[in-house]
Design a binder for this molecule. Structure first.
Ligand SMILES: CC(C)(COP(=O)(O)OP(=O)(O)OC[C@H]1O[C@@H](n2cnc3c(N)ncnc32)[C@H](O)[C@@H]1OP(=O)(O)O)[C@@H](O)C(=O)NCCC(=O)NCCS
Length: 276
């Protein structure tokens, strides 16, 4: 039986106690996640689609894992699911983990040339492609898919989307700059080469105003929020125009596409690269 089918079957049979069949399938599943051979979401013909069975496999790992002691000594204590120990990696894997309080959970892919600055955390199901920088205090949440040469700046939070199973994880395509203190949550897709200025927050419910193309981008029932390729998004605000909010002159936060990437943006972004 195919691994996908086995996982689906074991996942749906909730009443069956975890046995060797579960653990063997999960081991194979996790090894493929670690190798980047299977992913929580994949792009085909320009569209991202969720691999539901992969998400089920990750949830299965949580269900069958028992609490395990990962403590280093009596002072540094850690406890987590036995199915999700810290990821094992070595020199041959070709990525840098600068000494400090970082953690990479088992069951995620980290490509060659990736730099991990402490402290940062990469969660299960994440895919971090080659030459990407994950700066200090950054989170790459569960199932997040991050492209090549992405800069995830200090304290940027890429939220995890494990459940509901059909929900798109956060996607950050190649050559994106995610500025310091940004937050990308609830399955937003940031297309190739886009730039999120420091402090930009994207969620499922956030409308994004494109001042260049005179458009508003929103999540719909069947498509996630998408930031177009090369867009430069800055944190902005818009006035509430109705009701009490309008009377009080209140504004709410909104991300704004102020321009599309040009030579000036490339120069601003390149400055950040010096830190690599
Ligand atoms: C977005 C960014 C890359 C600038 O891009 P740029 O293409 O050089 O932008 P420009 O200077 O051409 O600015 C275009 C317009 O956007 C405005 N703007 C630029 N950055 C902005 C910001 N962060 N917030 C609000 N407005 C901003 C400018 O004032 C300008 O407006 P104007 O035309 O009315 O004068 C930069 O602001 C930024 O956020 N860099 C990331 C910094 C960071 O997080 N580093 C991480 C270190 S770990």
């Amino acid at each position: 039986m195919e691994l996908a089918q086995t996982i689906d079957q074991l996942f749906s049979d909730r009443d069956r106690a975890a046995g060797e069949e579960h653990f063997a399938a999960f081991r194979e599943f996790k090894q493929k996640l670690n190798a980047g051979e299977i992913r929580a979401a994949e792009k085909a013909d320009g569209r991202w689609r969720v691999n539901h069975w992969v998400k089920r496999g990750i949830l299965l790992g949580f269900r069958i894992g028992r609490l395990e002691d990962y403590s280093i000594n009596d002072d540094f204590r850690f406890y987590d699911k036995s199915t999700y120990p810290p990821k094992r990696f070595g020199m041959g894997d070709g990525f840098r983990v600068v000494p400090g309080g970082s953690s990479i959970r088992d069951g995620c892919y980290v490509g060659r040339g990736v730099t991990c600055m402490p402290p940062m955390f990469i969660n299960v199901g994440a895919y971090v492609d080659s030459d990407t920088m994950v700066d200090s205090h950054a989170l790459v949440g569960s199932c997040a898919q991050v492209g090549k040469r992405v800069h995830i700046s200090a304290a940027a939070q890429i939220g995890g989307v494990l459940e509901p199973i059909g929900e798109m994880p956060v996607i950050v395509e190649d050559d994106v700059l995610v500025g310091g203190n940004c937050g990308i949550y609830e399955g937003a897709i940031v297309r190739e080469g886009a730039v999120l200025a420091a402090g930009t927050i994207l969620t499922g419910g956030t409308p994004v105003y494109d001042l260049v193309k005179d458009a508003v981008y929103k999540k719909t029932e069947d498509s996630p929020l998408e930031i177009p390729p090369g867009a430069v998004v800055v944190p902005g605000s818009r006035a509430i125009t109705k009701g009490r909010g309008a009377e009080l002159g209140i504004s709410v936060y909104t991300p704004v596409i102020i321009k599309y990437r040009d030579e000036k943006t490339d120069a601003s972004v390149r400055l950040e690269d010096i830190l690599r």
